[in-house]
Write a new protein. Structure first.
Length: 204
């Protein structure tokens, strides 16, 4: 070591400056450059993490808004029961509809019922066992009442968990020649309940 120091001291001033310059270059590429690369890498990682946190926060806001919307929907329209056994569901569905009509003093109503398969391939269909399908049992209610009573009937039907959806509402004025002093109008309301039905086996 002392021999290197002696040789260094024996060099002219310009050569000594050159040695320092070379030492600085080696130190820069050997140490500083690595530190800068390391810093750049972690800065990029930090930017990616920050972007991920921003997206997560935005997603959280979206989920929160969607949750609030769903809660508002349940508050205004009520929950919906999962599709059940066709016979039992139709029986309690009809009973619930009749009770709602009676509650608002609706009498003289007529109705027609039919069953049809639910079309499409939505989330509900995907959760069914392979050998089941969803059937829509629709009941078209026809009656005459005052507008306020009809609105209350629709509201209660929406709140009933047995009513999967109200697919159609029509309000019409009284026909010519009827008692024009009456405030009654004609209502046609299509309510549905959804049931699980077994698929028919193919004859193969």
């Amino acid at each position: 070591m002392s021999m290197i120091v002696q040789r260094y001291r024996g060099l002219p001033r310009s050569a000594r400056w050159l040695v320092w310059l070379l030492a600085l270059v080696v130190a820069y590429f050997g140490l500083v450059e690595r530190v800068l690369d390391f810093y750049a890498y972690w800065r990029a990682e930090g930017d990616r993490s920050e972007a991920g946190l921003v997206k997560l926060a935005e997603a959280g806001d979206i989920v929160k808004r969607a949750g609030n919307t769903a809660l508002d929907g349940v508050k205004h329209f009520g929950g919906v029961d999962y599709p059940g056994d066709p016979n039992a569901r139709v029986r309690v569905f009809n009973k619930a509809v009749t009770e709602i009509l009676s509650k608002h003093s609706i009498s003289g109503e007529t109705s027609t019922t039919r069953t049809m398969p639910l079309t499409g391939n939505g989330p509900l269909v995907k959760k069914l066992p392979a050998n089941f399908r969803i059937d829509r049992v629709t009941r078209v209610l026809e009656f005459e009442a005052e507008p306020d009573a009809i609105v209350k009937v629709i509201a209660d039907l929406e709140q009933s968990p047995l009513v999967s959806t109200i697919s159609n509402v029509q309000i019409m004025r009284q026909a010519e020649g009827r008692d024009q002093s009456s405030r009654h109008v004609h209502a046609s309301i299509t309510v549905e309940t959804w049931v699980m039905a077994k698929k028919e086996r193919s004859n193969r």
